[in-house]
Design a protein around this ligand. Sequence first.
Ligand code: FAD
Length: 328
Amino acid sequence: MPKGIWILVEQAKGQIRKVSLEILSQGRKIADQTGEPLVAVIAGEGIANLAKEVAEYGADQVYLLDSPQLAQYTTGAYTSALNKLIREKEPKAFLLGFTGLGKDLAPRLAQRLGVGLASDVTDIEVDPEKFLVFKRPVYTGNAFAFVETTSIPAFATVRAKSFVIAEPDASRQAEVIQAEVSIDPSDLKAILKEVAIAASSRPALTEAEFIVSGGRGMKGPENFAILEELADVVGGAVGASRAAVDAEWIDNQFQVGQTGSIVAPTLYIACGISGAIQHLAGMGASKFIVAINKDPEANIFTVADYGIVGDLFEVVPLLTQEFKKLVN
Ligand code: FAD
């Protein structure tokens, strides 16, 4: 009989991703409401030390998929290992982040399991009859769809910052289970040779509390340096509109919007961005939005909490100076 609210906990270099802690925290509430155990799965190599932290955030059981074949994420190896584990243990719900990994893995896994998938979920309701109902934005956030699960496990990817991370409880213990990792060689259609990531000490866009983004108004790649300086004063991230990415002024991993990252920082500063609907879909959930634009009619001002009509090349350096005073 299917049992448990299962969460795939993502980690990178031995650090659990914030989005996984958010889902675990919400998972604990769902587990308490439904009377199901909360089960975490951690995949990777040498990840046993993370079980304690996962327990502190509410897991009753932790399955470790520990193997050199899972050291780096690959679609084939992760699909194979998780497909086997899920078929064997039959979770009632399976949740993971709507992250790069989640967007890649979840549809493939759902297809293997023959179940439906609710993607990019921003809320989860417990329903006595329907079990879980997933809320997800549609039409670039202008409407919401409520997705009922008709297959088991109820399967969903959850948008970062949808749930608040609970206080960890150091006294909590979990049963830790070393799961057998069996990967079907026919699933390994691609071998990962090397991961090349541009070195950055800045936080990931989806996890940042402060984001300063630039659009076509930046006029060229070299001018992003002024945004980087501002971001670094407060330990924030730099983002961009698609126009800036398409112009190849900045790498596409920094794009915010419908076809980029969906972000929800405490403070989002949009510089030289007009506020197209596809951009708003990615940053509209930010707590405070500041827009700097020389066009007083720019659409970005309709969502901004604070609007500065002016030339970003004058305003951004002044803001940086003021932030420096606050931080020092
Ligand atoms: P523009 O619209 O050209 O705006 C530039 C702004 O800079 C103007 O408002 C101008 O007044 C201002 N400006 C110029 N110089 C200065 C200055 N010196 N000081 C201050 N302000 C100045 N876009 C995204 O961003 N993210 C997405 O994920 C995305 N997905 C898309 C998906 C689809 C299917 C489609 C069709 C489009 C998508 N777009 C996306 C593109 C989107 O429609 C817009 O074209 C894009 O967001 C515009 O970028 P922008 O605001 O930087 O440029």
